[in-house]
Ligand binder design. Structure first.
Ligand code: HEM
Length: 390
């Protein structure tokens, strides 16, 4: 809990920090990578540094954390911390990294705000930083302790590389060493670490799309991002027989074990976590009410269409509705963007969203208008969560 001494200082300086935090985090990352170039090798994403998304996500999270401490004393923004902690552990972020981030972040704040950073201001924001850092470290320790091994990454061999809709590929992998494997939960992702042609290691998170319960196989599906760094490498240069490194499974947007109805609303490659959730429900022969809503530009782009349709057919209380921006004549789909207007949402449903941010924003607000409480809406963002910053 924020001290009485720091509270008025944070209240007074939050607006200026919030206004400058975009610049501050830019300066922070410049310092961080100058002082610790090794953090770009296999930890931070070079692409997210270039497009500025990681800066926005970090900035958004600190401002959101400070606002939360002011508005809800004695509590922590659990959902925000949980998302970050899962992302951090999937990357193998160590506790020893926190003082390094602190040092470089506060040097950037001092550089940006100059004399405005009095000793009192620095002390109050130091308190905010360590409240957040200690909360993250605690969750991260718990997540690391739940794994079947102490490794951050282990080698996995590609056993199959299958086309999955236009522009997407499904990779199947088997363990390439004897490290015990952690069982994943439907909806989770793994980090995939590869060494790019220029020698730098880069990491991305991919949702497990199949075989989630397996201890001998990991399966993920990736869409080619032509301007990206890792998906073109996976699609073009990683073949059957090659070895890549995978983290243990992480991610907190997972299938719960209640019997409440579920609505899975996805767009494009955002269907991957839903596909594994559906498959897991089908394996359990679940009689939960499941409504699957999916949107694509064109039918042939749907990466896991066959797998998802087959799971829906196996489930006694599941239904699928499809929206296509470019629906061919006679297609069994609505044309245009997904619209909840004519959809009969089951009462008491939990809503899981995954897809591009504008899609999730639109469906989230339509769902709230339709009476689904915000606490029953879960969303998975691919890439840094810039929604936090909004
Ligand atoms: C990602 C916050 C400490 C490494 C993130 C994200 C946030 C965040 C908001 C984006 C999560 C998302 O994907 O939505 C923080 C805060 C910290 C902290 C508030 C301190 C209180 C650290 C430390 C390290 C680290 C100590 C390692 C030295 C990373 C990396 C990513 C990340 C590598 C993913 C970046 C990317 O993919 O571009 N962090 N973090 N963070 N964080 Fe942290």
């Amino acid at each position: 809990m924020l001290s009485e001494k720091s509270r008025p200082v944070i209240e007074a300086t939050l607006p200026v920090i919030a206004e400058r935090i975009g610049e501050i985090t830019k300066k922070f990352y410049e310092r961080l990578f100058t002082n610790h170039p090794e953090l770009m090798d296999g930890m931070f994403s070079r692409a997210n540094q270039k497009n500025g998304n990681q800066q926005k996500a970090l900035a958004g999270s600190i401002a959101a954390f400070a606002s939360h401490l002011l508005a809800h004393p004695g509590t922590l923004p659990e959902a925000v911390l949980s998302r970050i902690a899962h992302k951090h552990t999937s990357l193998g972020v160590p506790e020893a990294g926190y003082p390094i981030v602190y040092e470089n972040l506060f040097a950037a704040i001092a550089e940006d705000l100059g004399d405005a950073v009095t000793a009192e201001v620095a002390e109050a924001w130091t308190e905010v930083y360590w409240l957040m850092a200690d909360a993250l470290i605690k969750i991260e320790k718990g997540l690391y302790a739940r794994q079947a091994n102490n490794e951050m990454f282990t080698p996995w061999r590609v056993t199959a590389k299958e086309a999955a809709g236009a522009g997407s590929i499904t990779f199947r992998l088997a363990p390439a060493d004897a490290t015990p494997v952690t069982r994943a939960t439907p909806g989770q992702y793994v980090s995939v670490r590869v060494r790019l042609a220029d020698g730098l290691r880069q990491v991305r998170q991919y949702s497990l799309s199949d075989a989630v319960d397996s201890l001998t196989e990991r399966v993920f599906t990736t869409k080619l991002d032509e301007g990206g760094e890792v998906s073109p490498f996976l699609h073009g240069s990683v073949n059957v027989g090659d070895v890549v490194e995978l983290s243990n499974p992480y991610g907190d947007i997972v299938l719960d074990d209640s019997d409440a109805p579920i609505v899975l609303a996805t767009a494009g490659i955002g269907c991957t976590p839903s596909a594994s959730i559906l498959q897991s429900l089908a394996r359990q022969a679940s009689d939960r009410r499941v409504l699957v809503l999916h949107a694509e530009q064109r039918a042939e782009n749907w990466a896991l269409g066959n797998q998802m349709r087959s799971a829906v057919e196996q489930l006694p209380n599941a239904e699928l509705l499809l929206w296509l921006e470019e629906a061919a004549a006679g297609a069994d789909a609505e044309s245009g963007f997904m619209d909840l207007g004519g959809v009969d949402l089951p009462a008491g449903a939990k809503l899981y969203l995954c897809g591009p941010l504008p899609f999730m924003r639109s469906i989230r607000s339509q769902a709230i208008d339709a009476g689904i409480p915000a606490t029953d809406i879960h969303y998975e963002v691919f890439g840094p969560d810039v929604w936090l910053a909004a």
